[in-house]
Write a protein that binds this ligand. Structure first.
Ligand SMILES: Nc1nc2c(ncn2[C@@H]2O[C@H](COP(=O)(O)OP(=O)(O)OP(=O)(O)O)[C@@H](O)[C@H]2O)c(=O)[nH]1
Ligand SMILES: [Mg+2]
Length: 394
């Protein structure tokens, strides 16, 4: 079995190269699209597309079973097991005997599962495979892309599968369905809505609150109060205070560790239609600060809690952030910094994981303009399939 890692400027180029080097039946193992670079990293040239492929034939006609392939791969690449059948014994024993071998076996097993999935994709009709490539090219995870394409394959009739427009339309419909839950802050007549914003450090919470406060005041003509419970960073509250002073909104700064002060600030602002509460950014790795945030929220008892995440983060980090914030019972998701990327697949992955409504997306640093107060699923769909490459309104 030959496995090749190829790099180039486009998937099309890599697919041609793989075909040349591995023959018509090559199987894609892994693909990576360039990630957007930030700051000084932008100076170091464009990142490349990566494609890992093998010549292994995984069809039912194959002469070798997957298990045999695993065995051969392990035999060839790793030290022999201390006990001949360690891989079949219970996990603890195997880990004690030879953890590296067990890990290698797991890696190869995962790799084979992935090869099977990719083989299914590659054997998909051409238009479906192109749709799959469009998704991964835009950084939708391979797992989610495979899932979407498999469902399309089952749903479309053979005649539709050969037509680019039919596949494209069905793909966009499938994506729109995943994005359909859009729900900004719900204002209730006669009741003050208390809305808390939480999230990791630096994702844009304070800026987003300033945008929301301005928009609700100016365009929806509702009364807004703003409280910041971010007393930790010097200057953090000042920034928000300056903005809300310009639009003449009630503002309070409270110590997040002082429950009485928080309750009092909320009480004083109860004549408003909505109170927006900023919290200090918390590194999900900082257990102490996360516990403090939990206490603050227990005092605030918000009607809605919006988790704010930045789209410039990679999926692995977002997974870790979602896990750490999972016991906060957030209701809605805000995605920020869509102006800083040209690959929007992450939106789909995040939303299909959290299964909550998207409340807002933000597209720049300018207050109050760079926010979509009602995210447009149609536009997000175009961004995700690559029909549109810029989130900012033109
Ligand atoms: N490009 C871009 N930058 C943004 C966006 N939203 C916020 N920012 C910038 O991100 C940086 C951090 O924004 P803040 O609003 O302070 O973020 P925060 O989450 O409140 O930060 P902490 O309170 O420190 O956790 C600032 O430079 C903002 O101007 C956006 O949609 N696009
Ligand atoms: Mg802040």
């Amino acid at each position: 079995m030959i496995i090749k890692k190829l790099t180039g400027d486009s998937f099309e180029e890599l697919l041609r190269q793989a075909k040349k080097e591995l023959g018509d039946d090559f199987v894609i193992i892994k693909t990576e699209a360039p990630r957007p670079r930030k700051g000084l990293m932008k100076l170091f040239g464009r990142q490349k597309y990566v494609l890992v492929a093998t010549d292994a034939k995984m069809s039912s006609r194959q002469s070798e079973t997957p298990a045999k392939t695993v065995e051969k791969h392990v035999e060839k690449n790793y030290e022999p097991l201390q006990t001949p059948r360690a891989a079949h014994c219970d996990t603890t024993q195997a880990q004690n005997n030879c953890p590296a071998t067990l890990q290698a076996l797991n890696e190869v097993r995962d790799m084979l599962a992935d090869i099977y999935a990719k083989t299914r994709m590659k054997s998909a009709p051409e238009e479906l495979f192109n749709a799959y490539l469009a998704l991964i090219n835009n950084c939708v995870s391979e797992k989610l892309a495979q899932n979407i394409i498999s469902k399309l394959q089952k749903k479309l009739v053979p005649e539709q599968l050969t037509r680019k427009d039919a596949v494209n339309q069905a793909l966009k419909l499938a994506i729109r369905n995943l994005l359909k839950n859009v729900s900004p802050i719900q204002l209730k007549n006669g009741k003050t809505g208390v809305i808390a914003f939480i999230g990791p450090t630096g994702v844009g919470k304070t800026t987003t609150i300033a945008k929301i406060a301005s928009n609700i005041t100016i365009y929806q003509k509702k009364k807004v109060g703003v409280i910041t419970a971010d007393a930790t960073r010097i200057g953090a509250a000042d920034q928000l205070q300056k903005i809300v002073e310009i639009i003449k909104l009630p503002f309070a700064r409270v110590d997040s560790e002082d429950p009485k002060a928080i309750q009092e600030a909320v009480r004083k602002m109860s004549g408003n239609d909505v109170i927006l509460i900023d919290t200090a950014g918390r590194s999900p790795l900082d257990k102490e600060k996360m516990a403090e945030l939990r206490k603050t929220l227990a005092v605030i008892k918000p009607d809605e809690t919006h988790l704010v995440l930045s789209i410039t983060t990679n999926m692995q980090t977002i997974d870790a952030q979602l896990e750490k914030f999972s016991d906060f019972k957030y209701d809605k998701l805000i995605l920020t910094k869509l102006d800083e990327t040209t690959k929007f697949g992450l939106i789909l992955d995040v939303l299909s994981k959290v299964k909550i409504s998207l409340s807002y997306i933000t597209t720049g640093q300018v207050i109050p303009c760079d926010i979509e107060m009602l995210p447009d699923a149609e536009k997000l769909t175009k961004l995700i399939v690559g029909e549109q490459s810029c989130a900012r309104p033109s």
